[in-house]
Write a protein that binds this ligand. Structure first.
Ligand code: GTP
Ligand code: MG
Length: 171
C-alpha cells in the first residue's frame, strides 16, 4: 500500500488552496480512485477551467462518490474542499456506508501557491485574491475538521514523510 498510515479503504478529502499541490499528491493513488473536480469539469464541458461547469461537475462527483462508497472503495477527492458545507456532505456519504474518512490538509504557504499560478495557461490560473481566500479558509478549516466527523486529520507533509502527526478521532 502506498500510504500505510491510512485505512486501506477510506474517503480521503484533500484540503488546500489552488497551487497547494493537491493534484500532485493525488497522483500517488491509482487514477481510478481519484475524483478530480477539474477533470470532471472537463468531462462535462470540454474545458477543465470552465468555472460555470462547477455545479454540473460537482453533481457528477457526488454520484460517482456514492457508487464507490457503496462498494467501500478507497476514494480521493481532489478539489479545494475549503468550504465546510462541501466537506460535511462528503463525510455524510462515507458514513452512510461505514467508510472511514480522512482529511488531508495541504498547508502549502500562500506565497508558494501564488508563485505556482504563474506558469499555468491563462484558463487554468486562479486569481491571487481567490487563492488568498482559499488559503485563509484552509487555515480556518483546521479547527473544525474533527467536529465535522472526520475519522483522521493529517497534514500532507506527514503523509509524504510517513511521520506521525496524525490524530485519531473517535467517530
Ligand atoms: P489546483 O488544482 O489549482 O487547486 O492546484 P493543486 O493544489 O492541485 O496544485 P498542483 O498539484 O497542480 O501543484 C501546482 C504546482 O506545484 C505544480 O506545478 C506541481 O508540480 C507543483 N508542486 C506540487 N507539489 C509539489 C511539491 O511537493 N514540491 C514541488 N517542488 N512542487 C510541487
Ligand atoms: Mg489540482
Amino acid at each position: 500500500q502506498m500510504h500505510p498510515r491510512l485505512p486501506e479503504n477510506a474517503l480521503v478529502v484533500l484540503i488546500g488552496a489552488s497551487g497547494a499541490g493537491k493534484s500532485t499528491l493525488a497522483r500517488t493513488w491509482p487514477a481510478s480512485q481519484v475524483l478530480s473536480l477539474d477533470a470532471l469539469r472537463g468531462t462535462v464541458s470540454d474545458d477543465p477551467g470552465d468555472q460555470s461547469a462547477t455545479a454540473d461537475a460537482a453533481d457528477v462527483l457526488k454520484l460517482i462518490l456514492e457508487r464507490r462508497m457503496a462498494r467501500r472503495l478507497n476514494t480521493v477527492i481532489d478539489a479545494t474542499n475549503v468550504q465546510d458545507t462541501v466537506r460535511v456532505e462528503l463525510v455524510m456519504t462515507a458514513k452512510k456506508y461505514g467508510v472511514p474518512t480522512v482529511a488531508v490538509v495541504v498547508a502549502t504557504p500562500l506565497s508558494l501557491c501564488l508563485q505556482r499560478q504563474q506558469p499555468r495557461p491563462a484558463n487554468r490560473r486562479v486569481p491571487d485574491d481567490v487563492a488568498r481566500r482559499q488559503h485563509e479558509a484552509m487555515t480556518f478549516s483546521h479547527q473544525s475538521l474533527a467536529r465535522e466527523g472526520f475519522t483522521q486529520v493529517l497534514f500532507a507533509h506527514d503523509l509524504n514523510r510517513l511521520e506521525l502527526y496524525l490524530r485519531h478521532l473517535s467517530e
